[in-house]
Design a protein. Structure first.
Length: 427
């Protein structure tokens, strides 16, 4: 069904959002879902579908801060269908089936409300289905990621398990790109948002005609204010480098440790926060490199404690091989910390020469050498750290504030509301 653009109310649109992960006060996927939903509801009438297990946190937040234009719709598969939802593989299967079952829900909603725009938000990956493009309304897809891959030259440094993991990931992604529902999402999207250019290339390859780049990462005003308060915590003491995240091969923390050893900074320290299957390997590597007395493994910490540790450090080291989002980079930048990252994926787009060092990732030796040089420069120049830290705060405020992202997405809704044939009109 189509409607004349003349009848579309450009003051407030009726928007349907699918956000499987959606929870206030969280980062990563739940934070993306929640912040997109509330920013949209501040400008439009929004119906947001999410899992029923998100309801307690959402209802508690809305009781404290009501948003009359937000209508939450909670849906889960029958309880008997949840038995396999254990571990990563079970979670992916549950998500896939949840999206399939959602079609009857969104179809009933559309018949009663007649949405101007539909929008898939989470999960933020392009190779999973969504029923929204099957509705007769302009469909906004994303931001979605998942098209990023570790460079072949660096995979050789990840051990056989790491190489196998990357091969399996690539094979799964290639198979998923042939899923008729994924192809439908691409070909029927009025606009597809990719978190990186790598994902943008994959979206175009499977049929998306209109693709724009938009990171899924953002921070609220309250989050930016809190993180900025951590800026002065690290005054005095040795220069501390920090890596924060799950200890997995593709996070590249082995490159960070080798670079720290090569830099040979007498009074510096390297902190790692997180846990995972790569932990024992990294601890062994630190001993082998002779830097175990300068490296501290904190293990997994609650979010608040991890951010507090961030405040006591001077530089974030995030040598991820294929990160689409990298929330930790934006959080560190908001806290006034320069970032050393590889010029890959999301971090490569987030960090600039004014806010840190982006390292070209050609070979492991070259990458380690260039990272070590960046560590040496930052460790020896307090004014440079301060200048990059302030530039980082300014960049987050201008490019990664949820308020600004909400304005941009709202403008997209208005463009798409004129759509009668799933094409984006000329801006």
């Amino acid at each position: 069904m189509t409607r004349a653009a003349d009848h579309v109310d450009l003051t407030r649109l009726k928007v349907l959002i699918s956000a499987y992960a959606c929870e206030p006060g969280k980062g990563s996927e739940p934070g993306v879902g929640w912040n997109v939903v509330i920013e949209a509801a501040r400008r439009h009438d929004v119906w947001a579908i999410t899992r029923a297990n998100n309801r307690p946190a959402i209802e508690a937040q809305l009781a404290r801060d009501p948003i009359p234009t937000l209508h939450m719709v909670y849906y889960d598969l029958p309880h008997w269908a949840c038995w396999w939802k254990r571990g990563a593989r079970g979670g992916r299967l549950y998500y896939y089936l949840w999206q399939l079952a959602l079609y009857s829900v969104v179809r009933r909603l559309y018949r009663s409300i007649r949405f101007d725009v539909t929008h898939h938000v989470t999960f933020v990956k392009y190779w999973a289905p969504t029923p929204l493009p099957l509705l007769p309304a302009p469909f906004l897809w994303g931001p979605v990621g998942g098209g990023e891959s570790a460079p072949k030259s660096l995979q050789a440094d990840c051990g056989w398990r790491g190489r196998l993991n990357e091969a399996v990931r690539s094979a799964v992604r290639r198979c998923a790109e042939r899923d008729p529902l994924v192809l439908t999402a691409a070909r029927r999207s009025a606009l597809a948002l990719a978190v990186t250019e790598e994902t943008g290339q994959r979206l175009r390859a499977i049929g998306a005609k209109h693709v724009e780049i938009l990171s899924q990462v953002g921070l609220s005003a309250a989050e930016r204010s809190y993180l900025a308060s951590l800026d002065s915590t690290a005054a005095g003491g040795p220069v501390r480098f920090l890596s924060l995240g799950n200890l997995l091969h593709w996070k590249g923390f082995h490159l960070g440790l080798r670079a720290f050893a090569a830099a040979n900074l007498p009074s510096a320290e390297y902190w790692l926060i997180g846990d995972g299957p790569y932990a024992a390997h990294l601890q062994h590597l630190a001993r082998t490199l002779g830097i175990e007395d300068k490296v501290r493994f904190w293990g997994a910490l609650p979010r608040a404690e991890a951010l507090s540790k961030l405040g006591f450090c001077h530089v974030l080291v995030h040598p991820s091989l294929h990160d689409s989002g990298a929330w930790v980079c934006i959080e560190a930048m908001a806290a006034g910390k320069p970032v050393i990252c590889l010029d890959l994926g999301g971090p490569g787009a987030q960090v600039t020469s004014e806010t840190g060092f982006k390292i070209l990732a050609r070979t492991p030796p070259q990458t380690v050498k260039d990272m070590a040089r960046a560590m040496t420069v930052l460790a020896g120049d307090r004014r440079l750290r301060a200048r990059m830290g302030q530039a980082s705060k300014d960049r987050v405020a201008s490019q990664y504030a949820w308020e600004r992202k909400g304005e941009r997405v709202s403008a997209m809704y208005r463009r798409l509301a004129h759509t009668t044939n799933r094409r984006v009109p000329t801006a």
